[in-house]
Write a protein that binds this ligand. Structure first.
Ligand SMILES: Cc1ncc(C[n+]2csc(CCOP(=O)(O)OP(=O)(O)O)c2C)c(N)n1
Ligand SMILES: [Mg+2]
Length: 589
């Protein structure tokens, strides 16, 4: 961070807008995703004055900007920053803010607000955005005095990034942006009551856990996004190696242990592997690390790991005993806790029998798909893409739906922060803008959005951002012409009655569930023409033999490329534990 003396303008009368932008720079921000409007124009004017230090990327929709900031944050661990004007600009950020809250992503969302005297008068483009976002932010500010600006930004970064990360909203009336003061960037923070835990848990707690591990016969690690957020992947790998305890990962935790590590059971939960779910079900000790016992993981929570003792380590005290009572509740930074455990924990004496049992489950129920299918199956497309890109530094983003779950299953992630998924909120439209943010933060990495046709359409306008801002990403579009995940639930639980899950014209037989299962004759929309209209490359394929050459073409293409892959809509993501049920209700076929 800059020192006082080199903070430009620190001794001069400076506008609120300039103080805010200078503060961003002081906090190491190099990129902001910002869409202007009347109430944020002074902020944008200030951004132009700092353009050599701070890149402003113009998304084509504020939600795209919010998700791009998340892509930046999720791929780097640094806070992502987005900005919008008041009213509709601000409300367009709401989904991205809620999304960041549920996945604990450090996000700074800045909004313009109407002039102070107009607040509360239903002025043009006025929305009480702080009120609207009260329950979906970690913290929120309405800056009513320019004297507060530098302190507010300092606190916002501290709150967004410390303890359990999350989104912080800063709402700035236009007249505050225009007021002048002499800023003090070293102003002390004023956050009474905010003391996120840091450092190691008590020695006695760690000794208790180590003793429980030593005694356990069937221990399992259940690790999630908290491990990634705490930058504790190395500690987790060491812990698992040392104790020989297998690891089941949440969607948010994928990559923190390589999927192909012999001790990795991959994803658990609703669409997790059979072996991960069986192992958790039979575990006598569950080491829950940086997780929140989400219902997509637990199913019927009372039955989840019913016979096991539970160690729950989390930096957020409010997670402990929230959904599932912990026998060993530990509020701590998971990195320091694991480092402490690694010093003393030993492998349980009888672990071999347990590992053999898990190996049997793995052998009898591996993840798989029908290799003989004559067209292209979603799973095989993802598998082939993984084969082609596994040796490169690759970041994968996804939308929400079947393609998301298949990516979690079949793209074998090796490192944290390489699989970016809207997991807690499950927001369609996340994939493309998140890829843009990841590319802006990691220009040398290959960034691929594996998307569904429904999800891609929700932020398709961001192809313009890819093209105009020179942020080349690849889109593997698994196009089943349907809202596939909802179709799957219709098929499984609603006798296949199609209720507005077909994405083509309503006169097609598919709209009422009378298609042939493969897809309509005429496909809609024409994604290749759309891609080309935005200045991107594109191709459409349906034959198996074309898959690998088309992917190679996409990867070799110098700019953004949309590869539209025709896939069937009656393929189901399996295994599946239906919502609210247990491992005994697991569907394998
Ligand atoms: C914004 C939003 N609206 C609705 C949903 C509900 N939903 C979950 S998955 C899904 C279908 C997604 O379709 P698509 O993106 O084509 O992916 P597919 O399942 O076909 O792979 C829907 C509608 C959602 N998750 N997000
Ligand atoms: Mg689809």
């Amino acid at each position: 961070m800059a020192t006082t003396s080199d903070k430009a303008g620190s001794k001069r009368l400076t506008s609120g807008a300039d103080i805010l932008v200078q503060s961003l720079i002081n906090h190491g921000v190099d990129t902001i995703f910002a869409y202007p409007g009347g109430a944020s124009m002074p902020l944008h004017q200030a951004l132009t004055r700092f353009r050599d230090q701070l890149r402003t990327i113009l998304p084509r929709h504020e939600q795209g900007g919010g998700f791009a900031a998340q892509g930046y944050a999720r791929s780097t661990g640094k806070p992502g920053v987005c900005m919008a004007t008041s009213g509709p600009g601000a409300t367009n950020l709401v989904t991205a803010i809620a999304d960041a809250k549920l996945d604990s992503v450090p996000l700074i969302a800045i909004t313009g607000q109407v002039n102070r005297p107009a607040i509360g008068s239903d002025a043009f483009q006025e929305t009480p955005i702080v009120e609207a976002c009260r329950g979906i932010t970690k913290h929120h500010y309405l800056v009513i005095d320019v004297e507060d600006m530098a302190r507010v930004v300092k606190e916002a970064f501290h709150i967004a990034t410390s303890g359990r990360p999350g989104p912080v909203l800063i709402d700035v009336p236009k007249d505050v942006q225009l007021c002048n003061t002499v800023p003090d960037y070293d102003v002390p923070m004023d956050l009474p009551g905010y003391y996120p835990p840091h450092g190691a848990p008590r020695e006695a707690q760690i000794r208790q856990v180590a003793a429980a591990i030593k005694r356990a016969r069937r221990p399992i690690i259940y690790a999630g996004g908290g491990v990634v957020a705490a930058d504790a992947s190395q500690e987790l790998r060491e812990f698992s190696r040392k104790t020989r305890i297998p690891v089941a990962l949440t969607v948010m935790g994928l990559g923190c242990v390589p999927n192909q590590d012999p001790l990795c059971l991959e994803m658990l939960g609703m669409h997790g592997t059979v072996y991960a779910n069986y192992a958790v079900d039979e575990a006598d000790l569950l080491l829950a690390l940086g997780v929140r016992f989400d219902d997509r993981v637990t199913g019927k929570v009372a039955e989840f790991c019913k016979h096991g003792k539970i160690v729950h380590i989390d930096v957020d005290a409010s997670e402990i005993n929230k959904n599932k009572e912990a026998h060993f509740p530990i509020v701590a930074d998971v990195k320091t806790a694991l480092a402490a455990l690694n010093r003393i924990a030993e492998s349980p004496d009888g672990i071999d029998a347990w590992l053999e049992q898990i190996a049997k489950w793995r052998e009898s129920d591996p993840l798989g798909y029908d290799d003989a299918y004559e067209g292209i199956l979603q799973q095989s497309a993802i598998h082939e893409l993984w084969q082609l890109t596994q040796d490169q530094d690759t970041i994968v983003t996804v939308g929400v739906g079947q393609h998301q779950m298949w990516t979690a299953q079949f793209y074998k992630f090796r490192s944290p922060r390489t699989f970016l998924s809207s997991s807690g909120l499950g927001t369609m439209g996340f994939g493309l803008p998140a890829a843009i943010g990841a590319k802006a933060a990691n220009p040398d990495k290959l960034v691929i959005d594996i998307d569904g046709d429904g999800s891609f359409l929700m932020n398709i306008q961001e192809l313009a951002t890819c093209c105009c801002e020179d942020l080349p990403v690849k889109v593997l579009l698994l196009n089943n012409q349907h809202l596939g995940m909802v179709v799957q639930w219709e098929d499984r639980f609603m006798q296949g009655n199609r209720a507005h899950t077909y994405l083509g014209p309503i006169h097609h037989p598919e709209a009422i569930g009378q298609g042939d299962g493969l897809g309509p004759e005429e496909r809609y929309p024409d994604f290749v023409s759309i891609a080309k209209g935005f200045g991107c490359g594109g191709a459409s394929i349906k034959k198996k033999a074309d898959l690998v050459p088309a992917m190679e073409e996409m990867l070799a293409y110098p700019g953004t490329f949309v590869l539209d892959v025709e896939v069937p809509y009656q393929e189901h993501v399996l295994p599946m534990i239906p919502s609210g049920m247990t491992v005994r209700d697991l569907i394998k076929k």
